[in-house]
Design a protein around this ligand. Sequence first.
Ligand code: SF4
Length: 305
Amino acid sequence: MKSRIGPNGVHFFDRHSGLNVLLDELCPNEAVWSRSPRQVSIALTNLCDLHCTHCFAPKHKASLHADQVLGWLKELDTHGCLGIGFGGGEPTLHPDFINICKHAAGETQLAVTFTTHGHRLTPQLVKRLKGSIHFARISVDGVHSTYEKQRGKQFSSLLKGIESIAAFSPFGINVVVNKHTILELDAVSELASQAGASELLLLPQQPTNAVAGMGEIVGRKLHDWVSNYRGKVRLAVSEAGASGLPTCDPLPDERGLLAYAHIDASGILHSSSYSAIGENIEEEGILSAIEKLRKTLEFQEEVQS
Ligand code: SF4
């Protein structure tokens, strides 16, 4: 198991089973806390073959180099990061996607995960990924015609992708919650259960230039749905939009850049994929960029208060 030291104790994590053990009787001194965020997401490319209206991924052409990514992963691994999530754009469109996953799993102790629209998950591609990923996340916004309107792709093609990944890896289902999908959460959770998913991640829609955020009425319906949920698949919710929902956080003091960071496809570090404030990752490495970004964010907070 990999260990990590933070304000809430000593955290052990097994990337193969997903087991987390927190020794919260211990109160480690700040000087020994792990310096890396607990989780980091990396947009390998901005390229995508879908055109979802709620998409917040940047649209300019950008892609990361495999060597650059692996260098960052080794540094994050050494400093206590537990997991890495590849995304985009569509990460499977990156020409070195399989190699990056193989090296990440083989040369670090990080849990390697990725988020995909699922339509490129052929049995051949999934077979090549076997042993190199620990968890996959598939985006499923509603079912049947609702899904097809949201994503512009056939629902039957998505089901084939889910079937392929289910045979090789633990996986979860992500659903963007908006006025179109809120009424289909029962159907999506039923699909997750039948397909063998181990997590249903709710992503309350965030505003972009093209769409509004989830809104108050949908927010209230989501609260009721979560409160009455009796399904078998574990529920999770993104931090953005979680406010007001009945959640449980075992690491309440591990916040901000201690908990999470995002690297976009241009190699710029952010506190989240929605944040416009960023720090270029230069030759000194990613820990140095994290430190600079922390100072910038602290300064911003001081100015605003
Ligand atoms: S599949 Fe994902 S990255 Fe591609 S357009 Fe849709 S939301 Fe954006």
